[in-house]
Design a protein around this ligand. Structure first.
Ligand code: 9MR
Length: 388
């Protein structure tokens, strides 16, 4: 895949080529030249530069100068970013007419300044969507027309504000149930199934150049994979342009299988759209929901029982994590002709949402950088996977 199509890379490329022709050396550090003095690249973006974009989701503090260490690490390691929360409907437009653009503006500027492929997440979602969107007059639910009008206005306002500056939008997020049927969200029940095509149409108008994606979790599940294929094929058949499918990638240490992930990469690529891994992390902690129902567990006793690595990660588990990341990245590397981007959902371990889900206050280790912003053994394992 050619990573140089992004407009803003072109001037950088010209400068790099000019420098190379003057100095007689390549534009980037080559594997032979890296500072560690060995033959492995020292950054993820270098390791995968011929394969796909590689990135991280950033929080508000990281783009607003409150976590310089994370910001530096991101600049060093990644060439694409996603906004963890700042562009979602609730944070950016909590009440009618009230907009909180500052963190989102800072996010987009961060991407622009650092020549990164800048993702927008997300325009239409059932979660982090304030109640007022779905309310009509006199406490009644909003009518279909009102709801679609609000959606159009939202997409026009947000995608329009960043037109030409956001490279790809998660237009619709998580519209499917795990069995592949449409999620019974307020979007579906109040507006009808075509809310999805409307969202894509409005987004295309608001920013004609941006790539537009459908994004969801557990897309490795066969029924949900089929549901996503049906959904996106249906849109494409109607002439609605969908540029890619985002497989979120919130994986466990022992699920899904590599074959399950591979089957989804292949099924989505067969539709002729880009495949992206958009929210990658690997949860090492026991999941209480399997044993105690779906409720979040709040008692200290219960949390202690489910927080086994509060004092640190044993080597044996660290190695398991490395092996798991190695296997997953070997798969991504194998399918680099289909995958356009891989994005971690966070930067270092302490930033991850998995410290607070499905119960608050645990110590989680899902990323490849530790709480001191240092690469974990999984980092080396990933770099190694790129070289095979
Ligand atoms: O990481 C996000 C967390 O900070 C928010 O509280 C949460 C709200 O629902 O959303 C998290 O990000 C989600 C993403 O936007 C969509 N896919 C699932 C992610 C993890 O919940």
């Amino acid at each position: 895949m050619n990573l140089l199509y992004k407009k803003s890379f072109l001037p950088a490329l010209a400068v790099a080529l000019l420098a190379a022709s003057c100095a007689g050396s390549g534009p980037e550090k080559t594997p032979e030249q890296n500072t560690a003095g060995n033959s492995q690249p020292t950054t993820l973006k270098e390791a995968f530069k011929d394969d796909f974009y590689i990135g991280a989701a950033l929080n508000a503090g990281q783009v607003m100068g409150r976590d310089e260490k994370a910001a530096e690490l991101v600049k060093e390691q990644f060439n694409t970013i996603s906004p963890e929360n700042v562009l979602k409907w609730g944070p950016i437009n909590p009440r009618p007419g009230v907009y909180n653009f500052e963190p989102a503006d800072a996010y987009v500027e961060f991407g622009e300044k650092n020549n990164m492929f800048t993702v927008g997440h997300t325009l239409v979602w059932h979660s982090q969507a304030p109640d007022w969107i779905f309310e009509g007059a006199n406490g009644q639910p909003a009518s279909r027309d009102t709801l679609l009008q609000r959606m159009e206005n939202h997409i026009k306002t947000i995608a329009g504000r960043y037109e030409g500056r956001i490279d790809g939008w998660d237009v619709v997020n998580e519209a499917l149930e795990d069995d592949g049927s449409m999620r019974k969200s307020k979007w579906l029940t109040l507006a009808g199934e075509d809310f999805i095509e409307k969202a894509f149409q409005y987004a295309r108008v608001a920013d004609p150049e941006a790539e537009l994606y459908y994004n969801d979790y557990s897309l490795w599940k066969p029924e949900k994979r089929d549901g996503a294929v049906r959904l996106v094929k249906g849109l494409l058949d109607k002439g609605i342009k969908v540029d890619g499918i985002g497989m979120q990638g919130h994986y466990g240490i022992d699920y899904p299988t590599i074959d399950q992930i591979e089957a989804s990469i292949e099924a989505f690529a067969a539709l002729g759209v880009k495949v992206m891994v958009t929210e990658l992390d690997i949860d090492l902690l026991p999941n209480p929901t399997g044993r105690q129902g779906a409720d979040i567990v709040h008692t200290v006793e219960a949390r202690e029982g489910f927080n086994p690595y509060a004092e640190g990660l044993p080597d044996s588990v660290q190695q398991k994590l490395s092996k798991r990341y190695a296997d997953i990245f070997a798969l991504f590397h194998k399918h680099r002709d289909k995958i356009s981007r891989v994005t971690f959902w966070g930067v270092a371990d302490h930033h991850s949402w998995l410290n607070n889900w499905p119960m608050p206050g645990r110590t989680s280790y899902p990323m490849v950088f530790d709480r001191n912003y240092q690469p974990k053994p999984a980092f080396e394992a990933i770099v190694e996977a790129a070289s095979k």
